[in-house]
Design a protein around this ligand. Structure first.
Ligand code: GLC
Length: 743
């Protein structure tokens, strides 16, 4: 057999590649570079090689959004990015201004109030994976989000970035987001830890809250993010607690976060949240960002050596006035972050502006929109029989992805409500006409990103109203699309809302439209509850949130019935502001300090206990079909201290179209020795059902579900005695209850 010439070459090939390979493998990897070694071993090896200067340099910013690695050892820098809803465009090295890149447009996902309103952890997982992929593709190591501060007042300017008023809902919804972001090799940085529930005097306000409210209301979502989500980073809040700034707070960071919860990640300051070197060293801060360094009052260029954890810290160390062990603990945490992210050789490669991300944004938005009211089947509109649809309102045309503070974005594209409605309606032969109705904020820019929209208007307020009303008289149906708009004071970081009502005299426009055409639906684009003095004269109301790049398409899906709404409110809409606990007790926004006198009676906990009927309740949301919830049955009505019981309940789609219902479980302690709310959310399940279909939902109840934080013992405690399990479709729509006893 003729020898294959190639075969003769094989030995030579082996020799050459062997040598080449041998040459490549001759230099042994240092332990810290060897991804096959245990994390802790790599950390100790890297630490042992670092100088004092290199250790300190790792603990503070070197630019607006990055901190130094160790160039000499090939340990990379750490790059952070906002924000909770999408990946912020690149800024200059040392300024907030735009860097002017042309490859950093992104997908804007719906605001986190919308995600929470889905009451669907699977949507949270989809959200975390999608935004994590965009952060990864943009080569970011830390995503500065999600935010899980509790919704204490409807006036808080940043509520749209958070997950509502209930700690259990926020806990269930934050965990998948964190887990999925981190699967991309990007750290989630859960914020703002803790008690950042208002923007007024946010940099200094000292929050006074009792331990039960702290542990039962304000900490649980952070605890879940750390203990169940495995968060690799936590951001300290700007405000104070017990007189110490939260970015260097011994109680929150040392005792609770790193002590009780065993957090092994890094505590990153909010930008400009650090005020003291000694406290930062002693009280658990690991990385300092955004400090104003010239005299500590205004920014100057390249003054990063003046950071509290920079030269001031180095000087103390060199004088032996600071403990190297404390330094090494901080450095170990930063190295752990780097090995989990920048030096993680297993991480995927991410993706940006993909069709999948737009589809995810649209799906989450559609599933998060909440149908608050729908009399006479006003919605969904039948595009086929609606020959002329009038759309009124500035929020139908105004881009909402720009503005609102650090969560502002530069998107690849954004479908406005009018664009989405037109695209869907035209296909069905329905003419869509538009009237401005009112002028809100015609500007559209933040940090140098501009929407490019021309929203200028020459008509007077009276003319705008008259034009809208006359158009309404000619239309088959009218959609008013208004709400808030992330302008200053209208759901925006850095300031709170000044009023509970809709701005820009929208109420007057809504009243006039209701008088002109009974087939009116009001669509609110917002991140907060608002007053609705017109609600009895408007047959349909839909909360559409700030819902991102696919806002218009998601809205059209719901308005025309392609998507059957299944969202539920993550916070209460009080009728009047004074019906809200913080306002009823007069402690908002406070002065140098703010007292949470309502304690744990936040949101529906207050409304239930004080029997104050809300405008729309926590957990409320309608569907285009109807559901029956009933046949509650317990596995046993006696729960042992170390046992569990199962509550089963049937839910049936009694309507004529597929839909999803969120079955909610609340539990009340009927024989409590301490003040407790009437009932508290302890379980929920979203169930998709075909018409006529019934499914059984199971809830596991354990003593942990019944516990309160006993501040006299510093421990969670469940009191033996009688409890009631309530099951319903909203906190004010209970369909059945059963009693059981804790032994
Ligand atoms: C901002 C915000 C924080 C953000 C950070 C960086 O002031 O409070 O949420 O991540 O600074 O922009």
């Amino acid at each position: 057999m003729k020898k294959n010439p190639t075969l003769k070459l094989l030995p030579l090939l082996f020799f050459l590649t062997g040598c080449a390979g041998g040459a490549r493998n001759d230099v042994p990897l240092a332990a810290y570079q060897d991804a096959t070694l245990p994390l802790e071993e790599r950390i100790e090896d890297a630490l042992s090689r670092m100088t004092l200067e290199e250790k300190v340099a790792m603990l503070h910013a070197q630019s607006k959004f990055s901190s130094a690695g160790v160039p000499r050892l090939g340990i990379p820098e750490v790059w952070c990015t906002d924000g909770p809803h999408g990946i912020r465009p690149e800024v200059l090295w040392d300024e907030w201004d735009q860097a002017g890149w042309t490859n950093d447009s992104c997908t804007a996902f719906p605001a986190l109030t919308c995600l929470a309103a889905t009451w669907n952890p699977a949507m949270s997982a989809l959200y975390g994976q999608s935004i994590g992929e965009e952060a990864r593709y943009r080569e970011k190591d830390v995503l500065l989000g999600p935010g899980v501060n509790i919704y204490r007042t409807p006036l808080n300017g940043r509520n749209f970035e958070y997950m509502g008023e209930d700690p259990y809902l926020a806990s269930r919804m934050v965990v998948p987001y964190v887990q999925e972001v981190q699967k991309q090799g990007v750290a989630a940085c859960v914020k703002h830890f803790a008690l950042n529930n208002q923007e007024t005097r946010r940099l200094s306000v000292d929050v006074e809250v009792d331990d039960r409210a702290l542990y039962e209301i304000y900490l649980p979502a952070f605890k879940a993010a750390v203990e169940e989500g495995g968060a690799w980073a936590v951001m300290g809040a700007y405000n104070k607690y017990k007189g110490q700034h939260c970015c260097h707070n011994e109680y929150l960071l040392n005792d609770i976060l790193k002590g009780e919860w065993g957090f092994d990640g890094v505590v990153i300051s909010d930008w400009g949240g650090v005020h003291d070197t000694e406290e930062s060293i002693r009280n658990g801060l690991d990385m300092e960002f955004g400090t104003w360094t010239d005299g500590l009052r205004s920014g100057t260029r390249n003054a990063y050596d003046n950071y509290y954890l920079a030269h001031p810290y180095l000087d103390l160390l060199r004088k032996g006035a600071a403990d190297v062990n404390t330094l090494d603990d901080k450095v170990r945490r930063v190295l752990r972050l780097i090995f989990r992210t920048a030096m993680n050789t297993q991480k995927p490669f991410g993706s940006l502006n993909s069709p999948e991300h737009l589809a995810a944004a649209r799906q989450i938005a559609g599933e998060g929109m909440v149908l608050l009211k729908n009399d006479n089947g006003t919605l969904p509109l039948d595009a086929g029989s609606t020959k002329r649809l009038l759309v009124v309102g500035e929020n139908a045309v105004k881009m909402m992805t720009v503005g609102g503070g650090s969560s502002s974005l530069k998107v690849r594209h954004e479908v406005t409500p009018l664009e989405g409605l037109r695209a869907a309606a035209t296909a069905a032969g329905c003419e869509v006409v538009y009237e401005r109705g009112y002028v809100g904020d015609p500007t559209g820019s933040y940090n140098g990103v501009t929407t490019g929209q021309d929203l200028s208007e020459t008509r007077s307020e009276e003319q705008l109203l008259a034009d809208a009303v006359s158009a309404a008289k000619e239309a088959d149906a009218v959609l008013f699309i208004g709400g808030l708009n992330k302008s200053w004071g209208q759901d925006c970081e850095g300031g709170d809302r000044k009023e509970y009502g809709l701005p820009y005299a929208q109420d007057r426009v809504i009243e006039a439209l209701a008088a002109a055409n009974p087939r009116l639906a009001v669509v609110l684009v917002s991140g907060n509850a608002v007053a609705m003095p017109w609600v009895d004269r408007v047959p349909a109301v839909l909360e559409a949130w700030f819902s991102g790049s696919e806002a218009g398409n998601a809205l059209a899906d719901v308005v025309f019935g392609k998507v059957n709404p299944s969202g539920k409110l993550p916070f209460t809409f009080p009728v009047h502001l004074e019906d809200n606990a913080a306002h009823a007790l007069g402690e908002f926004p406070g002065g140098d300090s703010v007292r949470y006198n309502e304690s744990l009676f936040v949101g529906y906990r207050w409304h239930d206990t004080k029997a104050i009927k809300p405008l729309f309740a926590f957990g409320h949301g309608l569907s285009y079909t109807t559901f029956e919830i009933g046949n509650l049955r317990l596995s046993t009505d006696r729960l042992d201290a170390d046992g569990s019981l199962t509550l089963r309940v049937d839910v049936t789609n009694t309507g004529d179209r597929p839909g999803a219902e969120v079955v909610q479980l609340y539990i009340g302690d009927d024989e409590s020795f301490v003040p407790r709310p009437v009932k508290e959310l302890k379980g929920f399940a979203k169930v998709s059902l075909q018409p006529g279909e019934t499914q059984t939902v199971e809830f596991g109840i354990t003593p942990a579900s019944l516990s309160y934080y006993d501040d006299t013992k510093g421990a969670w405690t469940a009191e033996p005695g009688l409890f009631t399990a309530y099951v319903g479709a909203a906190s004010d729509d209970i369909r059945g209850s059963v009693d059981f006893t804790l032994e």
